[in-house]
Write a protein that binds this ligand. Structure first.
Ligand code: CTP
Ligand code: CA
Length: 227
């Protein structure tokens, strides 16, 4: 039985977590998406709630249950995800674990695209999606959370790419995650991560996604309490 610590170290803290993929519609029956189970993001939302935080989980389409003790906002597209996050602000901490589609479909059809004999296949035009992590990290008017955490799933040059993302996005931590073939982590239950911040790199041993979530929630609690 999971119980949330209403007197836990994150009591009174407002947290927002993004999780899962986004779906960008091509037409009413087709979409573009990234692979994402939502396991890591959902586990982080649950772990923050267990420490007493008031958690809003903004989740793209996933096939796993809602975590206990968390308010879940379900979305499809990246634009909807950004709106869901915005509506949940202000927050003390935002964790962006979603695998957001980098592009949306500019020429989305309102009716199903039909094959026509002899006609060439349709051309899908892409347009950039908003960057939710960057938008939150650079938010003004007192809406910048005290702590913003992003993820970097990379197949090569993990630490260089992750450090670059930390600088470019303006977040406080990047959780860098090796998803190369052979790392054995993608879609599975284990994860091998490095937490990168202005002070350096904290490399964690391979552990379950629930354990990564628990350790990350603890690290968040320590920082927010000024430890
Ligand atoms: N992210 C986001 N909104 C986007 C794209 C990414 O919030 N439109 C967040 C992800 O949730 C993750 C971080 O940004 O926390 C890094 O995502 P990633 O896809 O690795 O970075 P990109 O900047 O999109 O770069 P690329 O895909 O080219 O590696
Ligand atoms: Ca991306």
């Amino acid at each position: 039985i999971e119980t949330s610590l209403s007197d836990g170290p994150l009591k009174g803290v407002r947290a927002v977590v993004t999780s899962g993929p986004t779906h960008e519609a091509i037409d009413p029956v087709r979409y573009i998406a990234n692979h994402s189970s939502g396991k890591q993001g959902h586990a982080i939302a649950a772990a923050l709630a267990r420490l007493g935080a008031e958690v809003t989980l903004v989740s793209g389409p996933v096939h796993i249950p809602d975590p206990a003790g968390v308010r879940v906002v379900r979305v499809d597209s990246a634009v909807e995800m950004l709106n869901g996050v915005r509506a949940a602000l202000p927050a003390d901490v935002v964790v962006c674990a979603a695998a957001v589609a980098d592009w949306t479909v500019a020429n989305r059809a309102t009716e199903k695209r039909k094959k026509k004999v002899g006609a060439p296949p349709p051309v899908i035009e892409l347009a950039p999606n908003p960057d939710i992590l960057m938008t939150v990290s650079k938010a003004e008017g007192g809406l910048r959370p005290r702590l913003v955490v992003g993820f970097a799933a990379e197949t090569e040059a993990l630490l260089d790419n992750a450090r670059d993302k930390l600088a470019r996005k303006g977040c406080d931590w990047i959780v860098a995650n090796d998803v190369s073939e052979g790392s054995g982590t993608f879609g599975g239950d284990a994860n091998l991560v490095h937490v990168i911040d202005a002070d350096g790199i904290d490399s964690w041993p391979r552990m379950g996604k629930d354990a990564v979530a628990a350790r990350l929630a603890e690290r968040i609690a320590n920082v927010l309490r000024g430890l």
